[in-house]
Design a protein around this ligand. Structure first.
Ligand SMILES: Cc1cc2nc3c(=O)[nH]c(=O)nc-3n(C[C@H](O)[C@H](O)[C@H](O)COP(=O)(O)O)c2cc1C
Length: 171
């Protein structure tokens, strides 16, 4: 057994935060916004808040360059990537990649707010900022869905233990 509730060594030395979080396979997610040029980041903190009204949240590190853009434009988009989007995912995982590398014009489109969305993503939500909760080191941004699309792609792009894991088509 690798987990323990009775203390001992596990209680004395907690496992590194990111190591534990990496054990959760999660759909690879990009959060984007529009300003003078498009901006975006890998945002695995995206979570649903409620279906009625349709609300989602994303936690942004206070140093995240997208934060100012999201607050200023009052909008952002959430992209759940498919295996077809793997080159885009790799461009976002590359430190310091330019907007041109991450947002090749033919690859992106928009829905309602003008925030960039991937037409062949597994799913996209276009959101207007509903509320921003300041936590000091981070801000929790809650968005109201104003546009959405599910593409029916069979192969989601999954992130597990710090690596991309394209999944085989189902069926
Ligand atoms: C797997 C993964 C998940 C991340 N999730 C978040 C997140 O939810 N919120 C956030 O502000 N930054 C998150 N980040 C960090 C940003 O995606 C980004 O790497 C950071 O803001 C630096 O951006 P830059 O590469 O454009 O300089 C995550 C990074 C990785 C690799």
């Amino acid at each position: 057994m690798t987990s323990s509730t009775d203390g001992g060594a596990d209680r004395a030395k907690p496992a590194p935060f990111w190591d534990v979080l990496g054990e959760r396979p999660i759909g690879f997610t990009l959060v984007t916004a529009m300003g003078d040029e498009p901006v975006g980041f890998v945002g695995l903190s995206v979570a649903h808040v409620s279906a009625e009204p349709p609300l989602l949240s994303v936690a942004l590190d206070a140093r995240n360059k997208a934060l100012e853009r999201i607050e200023r434009s009052g909008a952002f988009a959430i992209n759940f990537l498919s295996a077809a989007n793997e080159p885009v995912a790799r461009a976002f995982l590359k430190k310091g990649a330019s907007a041109a590398e991450r947002f090749p014009p033919a690859t992106w489109t928009t829905l309602v707010t003008g925030s960039p969305v991937l037409p062949d993503a597994s799913g996209v939500f276009d959101c207007q900022v509903e509320r921003v909760v300041d936590l000091g080191h981070a801000k929790l941004v809650v968005g109201r869905v104003v546009g959405s699309r599910a593409s029916g792609q069979d192969s989601p792009l999954v992130f597990f233990r710090g690596a991309l894991c394209p999944t085989p088509p189902t069926g």
